[in-house]
Design a binder for this molecule. Structure first.
Ligand code: G3H
Ligand code: ZN
Length: 281
């Protein structure tokens, strides 16, 4: 059944485990993640990023409604979340499209402007009953976001994080603690002591972006230190693309189902392993 992402995140934080949030680009991603969540018998979040909306030529509602139909049909709780929203027009469309959880991404702005812009956008979203995530510190690696107030490698400061949450009113905080977006190898070096420090200073659930690059043991330790929402995108795409490559080798036919089915099967396995890890760290 469809539930709110905010409810899942708050419940996971209260119960001391994580919740996996997967970035969905194609319908096959969504089917794979929901199948994995049903196999694991755990809740999951399907998230659509602004970049995925751009990939779909700006179409927001068709993919969203397909994912909502999957969520509704699922026999585990499934939530939808709109991820990395920089565009004000997209933000305004989010509540009507049915998103009850949105990440406001003002990470490219200097601190004071980030606070002002995020507070303004959070107020709009809260007025529509939307759970709001925002980011302080810069999780690098997004190809589309090359400018930032923070140099790559800069970490979230616990005291500033507390002030930021107070000043913006956001419901969840994405932190820069050593992960980076779009890593295809799991070599990120997380600062677990910093995660604990931020958790102790901040009273909202913490979100880890760029989790594809984090090794299993480090991800477990991050959840024990206070990470609740674990954002995963690239790991699914690594599985998808490897499966397409190998199924196209030696296949001369034209039926996309041949290689998309292989891609979906691989993504299901990847998602299952990560859901198990995150929900029982
Ligand atoms: O918001 C999305 C995530 O941060 C995904 O990052 O593609 O590096 O796993 P990733
Ligand atoms: Zn991210």
């Amino acid at each position: 059944a469809e539930v709110g992402a905010g409810e899942l995140v708050v419940a996971a934080g209260r119960d001391g485990h994580g919740v996996a949030a997967f970035n969905v680009i194609t319908l096959e991603h969504g089917e794979a993640v929901v199948t994995a969540a049903e196999q694991a018998d755990r809740p999951v979040i399907l998230q659509v990023s602004e970049n995925a909306v751009k990939y779909h030529d700006g179409w927001l509602t068709p993919l969203t409604q397909a994912l909502r139909a999957l969520a509704t049909a699922a026999d585990v709780p499934v939530a939808l979340h709109l991820d990395h929203v920089e565009d004000a027009g997209l933000l305004e469309r989010a509540p009507a499209a049915g998103y009850r959880s949105v990440m406001v991404d003002a990470g490219s702005l200097p601190y004071d402007e980030n606070v002002a812009e995020t507070a303004r956008r959070a107020e709009y979203l809260h007025a529509h009953g939307v759970f709001v995530e925002a980011e302080l510190g810069y999780v690098g690696g997004k190809a589309t976001q090359v400018t930032s107030a923070h140099a790559p490698g800069v970490r979230t400061d616990p005291a500033q994080a507390a002030e930021y949450v107070r000043a913006t009113g956001v419901d969840a905080l994405a932190v820069a603690v050593g992960s980076s977006h779009a890593m295809t190898e799991r070599t990120a070096d997380l600062d677990h002591a910093l995660i604990s420090g931020i958790r102790d200073a901040v009273d909202v659930p913490l979100v880890l972006h760029g989790s594809s690059g984090v090794p299993d043991e480090s991800l477990r330790a991050a959840i024990r230190a206070g990470i609740v929402k674990v954002n995963i995108g690239t790991a699914l795409n690594v599985a998808f693309t490897a499966a397409v490559r190998s199924s196209l080798a030696g296949y001369d036919g034209v039926d996309p189902r041949t290689y998309l089915r292989a891609a979906r099967t691989e993504m299901t396995g990847t998602a299952r392993a990560l859901i198990d890890l995150v929900t029982a760290p």
